[in-house]
Design a protein around this ligand. Structure first.
Ligand SMILES: Cc1cc2nc3c(=O)[nH]c(=O)nc-3n(C[C@H](O)[C@H](O)[C@H](O)COP(=O)(O)OP(=O)(O)OC[C@H]3O[C@@H](n4cnc5c(N)ncnc54)[C@H](O)[C@@H]3O)c2cc1C
Length: 329
């Protein structure tokens, strides 16, 4: 690992002033479960260098909370995934979120891993993560090694140029719950729907979200669920003990009798961003849920373009959606 300068900060203004000063040379350090793995392996490329300054935000008390605010839920960026899993408030009112958090890694990862760290983690593509592949597009090079290489874990939709998949379990669940993130800079804060936080390779090949090097996530806010709202997260893994999602889906909807109303369907593991399936939602909305399941599962994968080794993901995505909708029917 390359040497770095370590800053332990106790306030958000201090953290963002350091980000403003050092920009791309700095990184926020939360639990370190993702960041240190990358820094140890040093998979550098023309436009991907290891941070020289780490800004440790775990000492910022204002970032570690889970609270009900006039019916909506606010979670500080540095709340750990274990705290989310064991929160009575979340288990009672947002079971989808507790369920997704419980599926991240193992207890040790959830004990140190934070919510914002999970939402801002870097791709798990093995070409991106290995130091041998310096010409990787996501590191500023000119090659997507996965296109003609070992691509069994890669994208089947939206992999324009770079076909990595976004690995977070929390992102699909939070987008299904219509969450927003609060982003802080030295100039103030702004709220952004989480769905608009992520960007695909057409927009930016080097980063997975809209954060500039001077910005950080401070809060995640989830609106009050409608009466009768139900949600579920289904994750398919290669190793059952712990693993990243081959394919996952978060579904949130409101039941009115047999009918599904305002469904939100968000896949993980199949695209460079957590992918909302507007087509599946349109099929489900206002319909008898049980009757609409087969058509929704078919529509969800319209437009998929599997690579040489990942055609199974199309069927797997339909399968996890069928399972999720079956649990809600
Ligand atoms: C063995 C193992 C298994 C894992 N399994 C899973 C899994 O099944 N599902 C899953 O979703 N993830 C998994 N992860 C990925 C990840 O480590 C965790 O999800 C964890 O939540 C990351 O949080 P952290 O606080 O440790 O992040 P860190 O490692 O501290 O940070 C991760 C990235 O986010 C940035 N960052 C952190 N906080 C902020 C902030 N507030 N604002 C802006 N940027 C920020 C950092 O600069 C860094 O780039 C796994 C990791 C490991 C090592």
């Amino acid at each position: 690992m390359k040497a770095f300068t370590y800053y332990k900060v106790n306030s958000v203004p201090k953290a963002v002033s350091l980000l403003a000063k050092y920009g791309e040379k700095a990184a926020i350090l939360a639990g370190g479960s993702d960041l240190f793995g990358i820094m140890k392996d040093r998979p550098e490329g023309p436009k991907f260098k290891m941070p020289q300054r780490l800004i440790d935000i775990k000492g910022i008390k204002d970032l570690n909370y889970i609270k009900d605010r006039k019916g909506s839920l606010k979670i500080g960026a540095a709340a750990t995934l274990s705290e989310i899993v064991s929160s009575d408030l979340i288990r009672e009112k947002y079971p989808l979120l507790a369920h997704a958090a419980a599926q991240v890694g193992v207890p040790q990862i959830r004990n140190v891993g934070t919510l914002a760290g999970n939402l801002c983690q870097r791709p798990r593509c093995w070409y991106f993560r290995r130091s041998l592949f310096t010409d990787c597009l996501r590191k500023g090079g000119g090659t997507c090694y996965a296109l003609d290489g070992e691509n069994q874990y890669h994208a089947v939709i939206g992999g324009n140029g770079c076909c990595m998949v976004y690995p977070s379990d929390m992102a699909p669940a939070l987008i299904a719950l219509n969450a927003r993130v609060e982003i802080a800079t030295a100039k103030g804060t702004k709220m952004v729907p989480l769905e608009q936080f992520y960007v695909g390779p057409r927009t930016n090949l080097l980063r997975e979200n809209i954060l500039s090097p001077q910005e950080m996530v401070v809060t995640v806010e989830i609106p009050k669920p409608a009466a009768g709202n139900k949600g579920v997260y289904v994750k398919l893994k290669e190793r059952d003990a712990f693993d990243f999602a081959l394919v996952s889906v978060a579904v949130s909807l409101t039941r009115k009798g047999n009918m599904a109303v305002n469904p939100r369907v968000v896949f993980g593991g199949i695209a460079p961003v957590p992918l909302r399936s507007i087509r599946a939602e349109a099929v489900l909305n206002g319909k008898d849920l049980k009757v609409a399941i087969p058509e929704a599962c078919k529509a969800a994968m319209d437009g998929a373009h599997p690579l040489k080794n990942n055609g199974y993901k199309v069927d797997a995505a339909r399968g996890v959606l069928e399972q999720a909708l079956g649990l809600l029917a």
